[in-house]
Design a protein around this ligand. Structure first.
Ligand code: SAH
Ligand code: SF4
Ligand code: F3S
Length: 443
C-alpha cells in the first residue's frame, strides 16, 4: 500500500456482471478522476478496483481468479499497489471474510460507491485495510460524476434494487429494495447525454415495469418512456429488464408507437413449468406468459423478444424441463441467455430439497442451447435480403476490417464500410445470417 496519492496515479477497473455494474464502473471512474487519478493498465496502475457480481457461482469464481492474479503481481513486483473491491460480492458477509484474509485493501458496497475516494484515503493514511459496506440502501445519491465509455450508446439507471425476491436470486440482497429516480433527474441526464453526442440510450432497472412506485409524483414506466421519447438528439431508446408479471397494456400502447422506441423487449421466462415458476416465486404461469407474448407481438409488429432461462432449479424433473423446451419451441425467442441454476447462500432456493446434480444441469443446458441456437439461426435466416436501419457502433470485435452495428431489434450486424459511418443511423441489406450475428452491406 503506498503512502500518498500523487497527481499522476493511475487506476484500472475490472467490471463483472450486468449493465448495472457497467454503469457503476463509469461512476467509479468519475469519482476517481475527480480526485486526480488517470486511467491506466495493469502494468502501471497504482489502484486496481474490482466491481464484482455474485449472481452465479461462476461469476464469483471469475473474480477470485483475477483477484488472485493481481494479488500475486502485487506480492512479486508491485508492493505499492492498492486493491479495492466493490459491487455485489462485497454486500455478502461471507465474501467479506474471505477478502479480508486475501489482503484486499479497500472493500466497499453497492450502496456507498460515492465513498470510495474517502475510503482509499483512509486506507492510505492508516496503512490498514478498510471495509465499509452499508447493509441497506440509503436515499439515491446524485448527481455523481461519471466517465462514460466513449461511443454513441449510453446506459441510464431509472431505478435501483429489486423487491421481487425470486427464490434463486441474490440481487435483492446485494442491491437492496426498489427505488426509482425522479423523472427530472433522468431527463436531465439524458439531455446531457444528447448534448454530448450520444444517440441511443438504454434505460436500466431490475424490473423497469415497476418504475415510479414510491415516488410522490404519479408516474409510471410508460409515462417515462413518453417523456424520453420527446427529447431531441436521442434517436433510439431501449430498456431492460421487463418482468412478465408487470407489463401493462399502457406500456404496449406506447411501445407500439415505434419511432425512437426500438422493437425489442427482454422479458425473462426462467422456466416453462408452472410448478417451478411457482417455487421460483415468479408470480406468473406459462399460460400468462404465452398470452403476454401474443399480445406483445400483436401490438408491436416486427418485435424481437429475448429471454433468460434457468435449467436445473431444485426439484426440476425431466418433465418440468421438457416444459421449458416446449415453451422455447412454441415462442421461438429471437435470443435467450441460458443458465444452469447456481445455489446462492441466503436465498430460499439454496435450502430447497432435491438440488440437481451438476452433470444433469450440464446435459439440460446443452440440449436447451442446441434447440435455442437452431431457432435463432432459423429466425435470422428469414431476415436475409431485408433492409434494416442500423446504428453503427464501431469496428467489429470479430473482424477489424469490418464495422459493427445494431438493428432496432438488437441484432449485431457486421459489414464493410468507411469509418466515418460510426455513430450514424444507416440502412444496410442483410446478406447472411449466423446464430448470434448477421452480415450485411451498406446500400
Ligand atoms: N432483474 C432481471 C435480471 C437479474 S439477473 C430479471 O429479473 O430478469 C439476470 C439473470 O440471471 C436472471 O434473469 C436469471 O435468469 C439469472 N439468474 C439469477 N440468479 C441465478 C442463479 N442463482 N442461478 C442461475 N441463474 C440465475
Ligand atoms: Fe432477481 Fe427476480 Fe429481482 Fe430479477 S426480478 S433481480 S431475477 S429477484
Ligand atoms: Fe451481478 Fe449484481 Fe448485476 S449480482 S447481475 S452485478 S445486480
Amino acid at each position: 500500500m503506498k503512502n500518498e496519492l500523487n497527481a499522476a496515479s493511475k487506476y484500472l477497473i475490472y467490471t463483472y456482471g450486468c449493465q448495472m455494474n457497467v454503469r457503476d464502473s463509469e461512476t467509479i471512474a468519475g469519482l476517481l478522476e475527480n480526485v486526480g487519478y488517470v486511467n491506466g493498465t495493469l502494468e502501471d496502475a497504482e489502484l486496481v478496483v474490482f466491481n464484482t457480481c455474485s449472481v452465479r457461482h461462476s461469476a464469483e469464481n471469475k473474480v477470485y481468479g483475477k483477484l488472485g492474479e493481481v494479488l500475486a503481481l502485487r506480492r512479486k513486483r508491485r508492493p505499492d499497489m492498492l486493491i479495492a473491491l466493490g459491487g455485489c460480492m462485497a454486500q455478502l458477509p461471507e465474501v467479506r471474510q474471505r477478502l479480508k484474509k486475501m489482503g484486499v485493501d479497500v472493500v466497499f458496497g453497492t450502496h456507498n460507491v460515492h465513498e470510495l475516494p474517502a475510503l482509499i484515503d483512509m486506507a492510505q493514511a492508516s496503512q490498514k485495510p478498510v471495509c465499509q459496506v452499508w447493509e441497506h440502501e440509503g436515499t439515491i445519491i446524485e448527481p455523481l460524476p461519471s466517465i462514460r465509455k466513449p461511443g454513441f450508446s449510453a446506459f441510464v439507471n431509472i431505478m435501483y434494487g429489486c423487491n421481487n425476491f425470486c427464490s434463486y436470486c441474490i440481487v435483492p440482497y446485494t442491491r437492496g429494495r426498489e427505488r426509482s429516480r425522479l423523472p427530472s433527474e433522468i431527463i436531465r441526464e439524458i439531455k446531457d447525454l444528447a448534448a454530448a453526442g450520444y444517440r441511443e440510450i438504454t434505460l436500466l432497472g431490475q424490473n423497469v415495469n415497476s418504475y415510479g412506485r414510491g415516488l410522490s409524483e404519479e408516474v409510471d414506466f410508460a409515462d417515462l418512456l413518453l417523456m424520453v421519447n420527446n427529447l431531441e438528439g436521442i434517436e433510439r431508446i431501449r430498456f431492460m429488464t421487463s418482468h412478465p408479471k408487470d407489463i401493462s397494456n399502457k406500456l404496449l400502447y406506447v411501445l407500439a408507437e415505434g419511432g425512437k422506441l426500438c422493437e425489442h423487449i427482454h422479458v425473462p421466462l426462467q422456466s416453462g413449468s408452472n410448478l417451478i415458476l411457482d417455487r421460483m416465486n415468479r408470480g406468473y404461469s406459462r399460460e400468462h406468459y404465452l398470452e403476454l407474448v401474443a399480445k406483445i407481438r400483436e401490438y408491436i409488429p416486427g418485435v424481437a423478444i429475448s429471454s433468460d432461462l434457468i435449467v436445473g432449479f431444485p426439484g426440476e424433473t425431466e418433465e418440468d424441463y421438457l416444459d421449458t423446451l416446449d415453451m422455447v419451441e412454441k415462442i421461438r425467442f429471437d435470443a435467450a441467455f441460458t443458465f444452469m441454476y447456481s445455489a446462492r447462500s441466503g436465498t430460499r432456493a439454496a435450502s430447497m430439497e432435491k438440488q440437481i446434480d451438476i452433470d444433469d444441469k450440464k446435459e439440460r443446458l446443452a440440449r436447451l442451447n442446441k434447440l435455442q441456437y437452431q431457432i435463432a439461426t432459423e429466425i435470422n435466416h428469414q431476415l436475409e435480403g431485408r433492409i434494416d436501419e442500423v446504428l453503427v457502433e464501431g469496428i467489429s470485435k470479430t473482424d477489424p476490417e469490418k464495422l459493427s452495428a445494431r438493428t432496432r431489434t438488437n441484432r449485431i450486424i457486421n459489414f464493410s464500410g468507411q469509418k466515418d459511418l460510426i455513430g450514424k443511423l444507416i440502412n444496410v441489406k442483410i446478406t447472411k445470417a449466423g446464430t448470434f450475428s448477421l452480415f450485411g452491406e451498406v446500400i
